[in-house]
Design a protein around this ligand. Structure first.
Ligand code: NAD
Ligand code: UGA
Length: 448
């Protein structure tokens, strides 16, 4: 009989994984504690924006191959393989990861399992968690029920989640069980047929691969953003600098886009959790550089606020148009979004803040209800004293400076993602500022 899979946690990761596994031919049952979410998902309605996922969800809820439930007991009776994909957010007021959801999900499914099965962790966790949770599984499983255990971290990117899940660039599996390895090779047979690298390792390496990858990406972004602080001071063009070093294949051009920095539900919390975990292990200084990575990143947001204030003289009574609230394009995710952070800071300093994002307005409004949410680019910029591009959606990159210029009160723009053509904007009479470029009309010092 073909393997039956469950996915525990139907968020960005879990829903994508569940739908992709259904697409690969498996029968999938996904579990979430949020009953409304489960109801919507069963109707084929995706509660967040992710390209290509609505089609997959509708296809497989209709075919019957993909179902959602709130019942762990149902999942325990159904699944041969249980993937755990619940959240590991930053703990309130601390840097460490909140493991309570993973702990509850793993214990819950181990208790509920009524047949031999495999539990596979996919959430991003502090090193040492998998070994600890393996013992939890042993202690919670019913007599006579054998449960294997593995950790299989996920590397998908929001915006490309379906593609990344169906065609991953590598698979990493941490386990000490031969049968867990065999079962996962069967689950991932499609990718393995395409010779996708499959890295079989121990629990600790698997956990560390995940956080090392995110820490490296965050470091790359802050590296180029630190150079932005230099080029803003001495002159120079950060985009050219990134292109030039990126031609060196050892460095590579990806993740060297300077701007308002990284956000989202993963990079920021993962670098903080890694530092916290390594400190717990007594290695206080080992990951200290990640503190700098974090600081450089957060300084970029303050820099935008500072520039806006400098350019306007005072923010009091001024109308600011913020283009983008999602942490990146092709997403409606506003978790730790640089754009929304900047919008909130400007509001708190007295500006009237219009915001527009093609997908993320609703999520942003839940976090920052007092901003003026606009339903189009045109309404956001109309009457604005300054325009800030903070998420590089295509419709913002393609804006025509002449057309936008007829709508605004003042032709001042800050390109927070280095995606606009400086000559075209300056040529249309705009005061043009971009992060990583020297601005002669603004006093230079980085304020924080
Ligand atoms: P999310 O917050 O979108 O989803 C988590 C879901 O789990 C929520 O729907 C929540 O209701 C549910 N949940 C919580 N406790 C539960 C329980 N005990 N039983 C069943 N459901 C439960 O989170 P996410 O963005 O999908 O991230 C999940 C994990 O995957 C995190 O560790 C994250 O770091 C990692 N990750 C995320 C991505 C991504 O792009 N979002 C990529 C790779 C890895
Ligand atoms: C990131 C990783 O890229 C995924 O591999 C990983 O699985 C995921 O985290 C996770 O662990 O959840 P994601 O958060 O979807 O994926 O977004 P990224 O594409 O990595 O972008 C993160 C942030 O960095 C965004 O705010 C983006 O605007 C910013 N960024 C990215 C830059 O500022 N400059 C760049 O050059 C690239």
């Amino acid at each position: 009989m073909p393997l039956r899979l469950t996915v525990i946690g139907a968020g960005y990761l879990g829903t994508t994984h569940a739908a992709a596994m259904a697409e690969l031919g498996f029968e999938v049952l996904a579990v979430d504690v949020d009953a409304d979410r489960v109801e919507q998902l069963n109707l084929g309605n995706l509660p967040f924006h992710e390209p290509a996922l609505p089609e997959l969800l509708r296809k497989h809820t209709a075919s019957g191959r993909l179902r959602f439930t709130t019942s762990m007991a149902e999942a325990g009776a159904f699944g041969d393989v249980h993937f755990v994909a619940v959240g590991t957010p930053q703990r309130a007021g601390e840097h460490g990861a909140d493991m309570s959801y993973v702990d509850a999900a793993v214990a819950g499914i181990a208790e509920a399992a009524t047949k031999h099965c495999l539990i596979v962790g996919k959430s991003t966790v502090p090193v040492g968690s998998a070994r600890r949770l393996k013992d939890v599984v042993l202690s919670k499983s019913s007599p006579g029920i054998n449960i294997d255990f593995a950790w299989n971290p996920e590397f998908l990117r929001e915006g490309f989640a379906v593609e990344d899940t169906l065609r991953p660039d590598r698979l990493v599996v941490g386990t000490d069980s031969d049968s867990a390895n065999e079962i996962l090779r069967a689950v991932y047979a499609d990718a393995l047929e395409r010779e996708t690298p499959y890295i079989l390792t121990d629990f600790e390496t698997a956990e560390l691969v995940k956080v090392a990858a995110n820490a490296f990406l965050a470091t790359k972004i802050s590296f180029i953003n630190a150079f932005s602080e230099v080029t803003e001071t001495v002159g120079g063009d950060i985009r050219t600098l990134a292109d030039a070093i990126g031609y060196d294949a050892r460095i590579g051009r990806k993740f060297l886009n300077a701007g308002v920095g990284f956000g989202g539900g993963c990079l920021p919390k993962d670098i903080r959790a890694l530092q916290a975990r390594v400190s717990e292990l007594g290695l206080d200084t080992t990951m200290r550089f990640l503190n700098e990575v974090d600081e450089v990143n957060l300084r970029r947001r303050d820099r935008v606020v500072y520039l806006a204030e400098q350019l306007l003289g005072s923010l009091e009574g001024k109308t600011v148009a913020i283009l983008g609230t999602a942490f990146k394009p092709n997403s409606d995710d506003v978790r730790d979004s640089p754009a929304l952070d900047v919008a909130g800071q400007l509001f708190n300093r007295g500006a009237d803040v219009n915001v527009y994002d093609p997908e993320a307005n609703a999520n942003a409004a839940k976090r920052f209800p007092r901003l003026n949410y606009c339903d189009s680019l045109v309404s956001a910029v109309t009457g604005a004293d300054i325009v800030l591009l903070l998420t590089e959606w295509p419709e913002f990159i393609q804006m025509d400076p002449e057309t936008v210029g007829t709508l605004v009160e003042g032709r001042i723009v800050i390109d927070g993602r280095n995606v606009l053509d400086p000559e075209a904007w300056s040529g249309s009479g705009w005061t043009f500022c971009a992060l990583g470029r020297r601005m002669d009309h603004v006093s230079v010092p980085v304020p924080v």
